[in-house]
Design a binder for this molecule. Structure first.
Ligand code: PTJ
Length: 252
């Protein structure tokens, strides 16, 4: 569908189109559309903009990623359709790799996503079927098979738009988990080390820019950012914001 730029919802419609295209090209799962719809609903409630609490989480996320010994970016069908160029830019900046890990497992879809990424940068992707795989404990789904040099070895994992089970498992394994999730009530949002409550299309460029800025800061400053960060407080602020906004909007 061609989106008319003058349509009041042009931005949102163009994002939907990217996901529809993602399905046509075999990148996105059909369930990905439902997940996106849930995200859109929360974005509506949040006023479709990057808020102060998400900026704070972004700074903490950047600090964790910069301090990590083995950071890894985990990409799925939705994020590959929406922000794969931004993922690559972030991985280059952090000098780390991207691993495809899917909730709705399909070897074919993994290959399609890996190909789409490697067409932009063939060095940035860890290929699932080219290396050794490790089986992670605590995960029942096929997601438990991860690349030994990637998620298995990592200390900090970036997992935007994630399901709760894997987040819990990664945290149980002692990894720091950074997510982007518009739903502050989701299990992932609650269990992650850092939750950026923002639309992934806004969050990724913002995170990259923050990493670029913090890259030049001394290590002790990044450590102090992490020490003072409280994810529960960020989620609480997101809920208070929604609550206040709805109270204001519902006044007659
Ligand atoms: O490609 P796959 O098979 O790995 O599947 C990817 C999805 C996202 C379909 C899968 O991980 C899934 O079902 O996730 P959930 O459990 O629905 O969780 C996705 C979370 O991301 C929900 O809390 C949504 O509110 C949120 N979300 C959806 N779209 C966006 C979003 N958050 C930020 N930006 C979005 N665009």
């Amino acid at each position: 569908m061609k989106i008319n730029a003058s349509h009041p919802r042009a931005w949102s419609l163009s994002i939907r189109e990217k996901l529809v295209k993602g399905i046509e090209t075999g990148i996105t799962s059909t369930a990905g559309l439902i997940a996106h719809g849930r995200g859109e609903a929360f974005d509506y409630l949040l006023g479709e903009k990057t808020l102060d609490f998400s900026k704070k989480a972004t700074i903490a996320a950047a600090a964790y990623l910069l301090l990590a010994k083995h950071p890894i970016l985990s990409i799925n069908g939705n994020t590959a359709a929406l922000v794969r160029n931004e993922f690559i830019e972030l991985a280059r900046l952090l000098n780390c790799k991207i691993e495809v890990n899917l909730f709705h497992y399909s070897a074919k879809r993994i290959r399609v996503i890996e190909k789409a990424l490697s067409q932009i940068d063939s060095q940035i992707i860890l290929r699932r079927y080219a290396g050794k795989l490790t089986k992670l404990p605590y995960i029942k789904s096929a997601r438990k098979f991860v690349i030994s040099d990637g998620i298995a070895k990592s200390d900090v994992v970036f997992v935007p738009l994630e399901d709760g089970d894997r987040t819990q498992a990664l945290v149980q394994l002692g990894k720091k988990v950074i997510t982007v999730d518009l739903n502050p009530l989701s299990r992932t949002a609650k269990d992650a080390t850092v939750t950026i409550v923002d639309h992934v299309v806004r969050a990724l460029p913002h995170l990259t820019k923050t990493v670029e800025i913090l890259k030049h800061k001394p290590r002790r400053d990044l450590e102090s950012t992490i020490r003072s960060y409280n994810n529960q407080a960020v989620l609480s602020k997101a809920l208070i914001y929604i609550n206040k906004r709805l109270q204001k909007l519902s006044k007659i």
